[in-house]
Write a protein that binds this ligand. Structure first.
Ligand code: AHM
Ligand code: MG
Length: 335
């Protein structure tokens, strides 16, 4: 029988062999995985668990919260606050940071998450997920503060997501490639199902919300228009299009078979750099994609090099197969 490697064993071996995962970080990743398992159960129950529908509240971004957004946020906080591995957490669903209460020991890491990405898909039974990013708390004896989170994406020490789809899959990087773990529901554990994930450099598949076309900037219009022209156009090949409207699911497809994902700045809200959030959506996804040989930019610069100015900062996102991302980025510099 093929050897089954659990997430726990994978992390222990990474810790032992490469020294990439210090003890506290290993605990943190195990706790996040446990929380994802619990969220997965809640998602699976759906209407039977009374978890569908809106919660009659808004988050800091002015978006209506779904019951599951709030449940997932609480699950992640409750799972992570007592273990002694974290100093503080930040979430799409909380205005400010959540400092680990005094009654628990404080650890050296900072955890950021989008507890339930793809909220518009919750009630229609389409894949959704949890995205997370881990940073180190800056050195020093003073207490943790919101400014400590404002680190560029290349300073992440771990990042990943868990997609709740036909299977529940946890995808992880600690800076040594990308590994995927599938939840074995009978055993209750995540089992390694793919290592050294690689994104093909070329692709014939793009993902963008086409209904926003009239609001896009010229470089995005040009790129998509060239794809749509197919074999008769300058690209000389036909393109396929997919848009799940859950970044986790779209990125998971790209990590699995390649493609390019774009959520660019557009004229609907010209003062915002984009829809997606830098620190707990674009940074972790950008790092995963880079670790799998892909690229991630905002059209002008590498996502991971952007210095955040605010916790809930938004960003334009172009990520996936390297040659396509470079093409879109080059169209921006030709302006
Ligand atoms: P959310 O975090 O509130 O769920 O929003 C983020 C989601 C992404 O998962 C997805 O790529 C995008 O919003 C879809 O947006 P749209 O509905 O505009 O196509
Ligand atoms: Mg999201």
């Amino acid at each position: 029988m093929a050897k089954r490697i659990s997430l726990t064993r994978y992390l222990v071996e990474q810790q032992r062999v490469d020294g990439l995962i210090p003890g506290q970080l290993r605990l943190l990743l195990e706790v996040v995985a446990r929380a994802c398992k619990s969220i997965s159960h809640a998602v699976n129950k759906g209407a039977l668990g009374g978890v569908l529908g809106s919660a009659d509240s808004e988050n800091v971004q002015g978006e209506i919260q779904k019951k599951l957004d709030i449940i997932a946020n609480e699950v992640l906080i409750e799972a992570n606050e007592w273990g002694g591995h974290l100093a503080a957490m930040a979430s799409e669903e909380m205005d400010g940071i959540y400092v680990v209460p005094n009654r628990y020991p404080q650890g050296e890491y900072l955890l950021l998450f989008d507890p339930l990405d793809g909220s518009s898909n919750i009630d229609v039974n389409v894949s959704i997920g949890t995205i997370f990013s881990v940073l180190k708390k800056p050195e020093g004896d003073r207490g943790v503060e919101a400014g400590d989170f404002l680190q560029a994406g290349h300073q992440q020490v771990a990042a990943g997501y868990c997609v709740y789809g036909p299977q529940t899959t946890l995808v992880l990087t600690v800076g040594d490639g990308v590994a995927m773990f599938t939840l074995d529901r009978e055993q209750g554990s995540f089992i390694l199902t793919q290592e050294n994930v690689r994104i093909p450099e070329d692709t014939k598949e793009f993902a963008i919300n086409m209904s926003n076309m009239r609001h896009w900037d010229a470089p995005i219009k040009r790129y998509v228009d060239e794809c749509l022209q197919g074999v008769e156009g300058p690209r000389g090949k036909n393109f396929n299009m997919r848009w799940v409207a859950s970044m986790v699911a779209d990125v998971h497809r790209i990590l699995t078979r390649g493609g390019i994902f774009m959520y660019p700045w557009d004229k609907r809200e010209p003062n915002k750099p984009g829809k997606l959030r830098l620190m707990y959506e674009a940074n972790p996804m950008g790092w995963l994609v880079e670790q799998a040989g892909g690229a991630a930019t905002n059209g002008k610069q590498r996502i991971l090099d952007i210095q955040p100015g605010q916790l809930h900062e938004r960003v334009s996102v172009i990520l996936g197969s390297k040659n396509e991302v470079e093409r879109v980025t080059s169209y921006h510099s030709e302006l």
